[in-house]
Design a protein around this ligand. Structure first.
Ligand SMILES: Nc1ncnc2c1ncn2[C@@H]1O[C@H](COP(=O)(O)OP(=O)(O)OP(=O)(O)O)[C@@H](O)[C@H]1O
Length: 383
């Protein structure tokens, strides 16, 4: 007979009243009970020292709990061999942890080799994985010291994926790289996850990263206490207490817009002028702000009516704001409008061609309408 735990296909990892106390001090993790869903990204977030890494490391027995149980696929991991368990889970950490004297390919092939895969096979798989994480094939022959920080982190991810483990543990993997590379790596992880559907447990102290990546977010408070465990949208909208509200930060109202679809935002026509027409004084503009586009219709800034005569080259145009891709979130729509010198948020199609503009006031109307609908729904569930 199978136990209910074994029947459960949704939860891949289960913490059951897990406490960890190092050296008899205060608990680093305090009575943690948490279910981690299969095929989803679960993020542990919280301030420094609140037990995120300890919780993560207990999953592969790099750290042993003081009390409580952890189940993986319904099986108590304390009954399994630690080395085998560790090899069955990918692990990515902040410093990529690559072996400096081994080539990139050999680093990626490490775990398959330990699992007995032949060298040639492990290397050819490693070569494929380079492409999966967005690295050029020729980087395989380099040594880790010859790569940028972002490239090293990608190799770290490839290495963790090499044995195709169902579970990936990631401990602040992107925190040592600059914000631009970090955003790229986050995008890349989400893209990978769409194909791979691993069970990923991701540690970060950055609430923005947590809400971007997480299907679910566990907010830890100092003392190793789980303060809230919910979808990121809910954590931003309805933090359970002052600690979570404070940790989530001041911009949470704005960030919550990332979870509101912009499908209903009205897109208005906009007057355009082509780059090639700028030098032709007979081409005049009628609107206070005319959008400058290239021959393919891609936006390149604005031409104010008042200074049309002085704008004869693309370089003279007023630079534009952020672009809103039709159907993207309300946050993107509002940002496009607010960052645009004309106050008109340039909207593009999937090919980057301008299709019109959005107005901030209309985005606000949608925000307000959504709030009223939500308020009514909350009221109905409350009565
Ligand atoms: N090996 C250890 N021995 C003793 N105490 C430890 C050990 N590892 C962690 N701790 C303590 O346990 C608590 C939780 O640490 P942990 O690294 O799990 O927190 P964290 O939330 O991951 O922090 P950070 O974001 O700073 O990495 C801290 O007070 C830390 O000092």
């Amino acid at each position: 007979m199978t136990s209910p735990e074994q029947d459960d296909t949704r939860h891949q990892i289960e913490f059951r009243s897990v406490t960890k106390t190092y050296d008899g001090g205060r608990p680093a993790v305090d009575d943690l009970t948490l279910d981690i869903e299969r095929g989803k990204i679960t993020v542990f977030v919280g301030p420094s020292g609140c037990g995120k890494t300890t919780s993560l490391r207990m999953i592969n027995r790099m750290v042993e709990p003081t009390s409580g149980r952890i189940l993986v696929d319904g099986q108590d991991i304390s009954q399994q061999k630690a080395a085998e368990l560790r090899r069955s889970m990918g692990y990515v950490m902040q410093s990529s942890g690559l072996l400096p004297h081994r080539s990139v390919l050999d680093n990626i092939a490490t775990v398959p080799r330990l699992n007995g895969v032949r060298k040639a096979e492990a290397r050819s798989r490693a070569q494929e994985l380079l492409a999966v994480v967005g690295l050029a094939p020729e980087l395989g022959g380099r040594y880790p010291g010859q790569l940028s920080g972002g490239q090293q982190q990608r190799v770290g991810v490839a290495r963790a994926l090499a044995a195709d483990p169902p579970i990936l543990l990631m401990d602040e993997p992107f925190s040592a790289v600059d914000p631009v590379v970090r955003a790229e790596l986050q995008e890349e992880l989400l893209r990978l996850q769409r194909d791979l559907a691993k069970t990923i447990v991701f540690v970060t102290h950055d609430i923005d990263e947590a809400t971007i990546l997480g299907d679910k977010v566990a907010v830890f408070a100092v003392g190793g206490r789980l303060a809230q465990y919910a979808a990121p949208e809910e954590i931003l909208r309805a933090p359970v207490d002052d600690f979570v509200a404070g940790f989530v930060g001041r911009d949470r109202g704005f960030r919550h817009l990332s979870f509101q679809p912009g499908a209903d935002v009205a897109i208005h026509p906009v007057e355009t002028i082509e780059v090639d027409q700028l030098a032709d004084p007979t081409v005049s503009v009628r609107s206070p702000w005319t959008l400058l586009v290239d021959a393919d219709g891609r936006p390149h800034g604005w031409v104010p009516q008042a200074t049309r005569g002085g704008i004869t080259r693309q370089a003279d145009a007023v630079p534009g704001g952020s672009l809103y891709t039709r159907g993207d979130t309300l946050r993107r729509a509002l940002d496009a409008a607010l960052s645009s010198p004309s106050g008109l948020g340039v909207t593009v199609d999937d090919d980057g061609r301008a299709v019109g503009v959005v107005h901030a006031a209309e985005v606000f109307e949608l925000i307000e309408a959504a709030r009223l609908v939500r308020g009514r729904a909350d009221h109905n569930t409350a009565v």
